[in-house]
Each structure stands twice: as structure tokens, then as C-alpha cells.
Write a protein that binds this ligand. Structure first.
Ligand code: ZN
Length: 208
């Protein structure tokens, strides 16, 4: 039995597929697949979908070059939706955006709550630090720190680590001091050219 037998295709023979960046967790696209697309994805390791507008099997990136290497295919609880966890080669969206979900409708509703996860915050911060490193704007503390080289950045990480220790022992301002340490640690990673994805991979391998 082909693994695709487990999928409950709808009356048109299609199943919705969410494509997710396996490294960052970003949701990239919602698309559809038919049986052939699912089977071809499973056998080739390249994301295949079904184009409803063109009415044909479609290998992601066939024309754009923005292919998606599939790391894992998951079936949802009642078998009627799929998750492709992928390593994207270039942007997922035809507009050139990394993800199709670049339009935020809920900005105000989400603001107020301030519930942004640690992982996402680290990613945003790392992206900002990479921008500063590239542009090196004069007024930027990050750029100034990066300009002073590895020794200075590493020393700052050491100082901030000590402040975290002191703060923990005094039971005071631990979140603030930890934030300072994480920031400086990310600057050090940026300065050394080590991506947060590299660190995540080590953690993930150990966590298995
Ligand atoms: Zn799109």
C-alpha cells in the first residue's frame, strides 16, 4: 500500500497541503495536492502540488527555480490535510516573498497581548543583527560593537553572563539580564558567522 492511501482526498481528489520551513518553522504556503502529487513528493523528496488553476501536477520551482526539498510529510489527525516540512530554495511565494503569509490582518488585535514566543523573538533579533552587520549604520550600538571585533564582543558576553549570575543570586531583574545576555550572544554568533539555525540543529540533535 502506498503511503498516499492513508490520505482522505476530497470529492475533487485533492488534499490541502501546508508547507512549512523545516528550519525556522515559518508557514510558507497553503496549496493542494492530488494523489499523484503526494506520491511523487514521497518518492522524489521534492515538493509537488496540484495546480487548480492550470489543472495539472506541479513541481514546486519547476519554472521559478524556487524548489522545496521535503524533509518530512505529515498527515493530520483525521487524514484530510498534509504538512510538508521543507528546506526551501528561495522564496515560496510567486511575489518573491519568503512566505505567502506576509500580509498581517490582525496587527492591532495581536499587539496588546504582547505574546511573542522566545524562538520567534530570537529569530527576529538575529535577522536585525544581520542587517546591522551588513549595513553598519553609524548610530547603531550593534554596528559599533561588531566593529570592535571578536575579542570585545566575546568579553561583553562574559560580562553579561556574570550579570545574569548576580541577578539570579539576588533574585532581581533576571529576565532583563537574560535578555542582555541573549542579545550579546546573538551579536557574537553574528560576528563569528554562526547561524542560529546551526545552534538549533545541535540542540535538536541532542534533544532527540
Ligand atoms: Zn504566494
Amino acid at each position: 500500500m502506498s503511503e498516499a492511501e492513508k490520505v482522505n482526498f476530497d470529492e475533487s481528489g485533492l488534499v490541502p497541503v501546508v508547507a512549512q520551513d523545516a528550519a525556522t518553522g515559518d508557514v510558507l504556503t497553503l496549496a493542494y495536492a492530488n494523489r499523484e502529487a503526494v506520491e511523487t513528493t514521497l518518492s522524489s523528496g521534492e515538493a509537488h502540488y496540484y495546480s487548480r488553476s492550470r489543472d495539472e501536477l506541479w513541481r514546486k520551482g519547476a519554472t521559478s527555480g524556487n524548489t522545496q526539498r521535503v524533509v518530512e510529510v505529515r498527515l493530520d489527525c483525521d487524514g484530510d490535510a498534509l504538512l510538508y516540512r521543507v528546506n526551501p530554495e528561495g522564496p515560496a511565494c510567486h511575489t518573491g516573498e519568503k512566505t505567502c503569509f506576509f500580509t498581517v490582518l490582525s496587527d492591532e488585535a495581536v499587539e496588546g497581548k504582547g505574546e511573542i514566543g522566545f524562538g520567534e523573538m530570537v529569530e527576529r533579533l538575529a535577522a536585525t543583527l544581520a542587517d546591522r552587520h551588513r549595513d553598519m549604520p553609524e548610530e547603531s550600538y550593534t554596528a559599533e560593537l561588531l566593529g570592535r571585533g571578536t575579542d570585545r564582543v566575546a568579553q561583553k558576553v562574559g560580562e553579561e553572563a556574570v550579570e545574569v549570575v548576580i541577578s539570579a543570586l539576588r533574585d532581581d531583574r533576571l529576565a532583563e539580564e537574560t535578555a542582555d545576555l541573549v542579545y550579546h550572544l546573538l551579536v557574537l554568533l553574528e560576528e563569528r558567522g554562526v547561524g542560529i539555525g546551526d545552534v538549533a540543529k545541535v540542540l535538536h540533535d541532542r534533544h532527540r
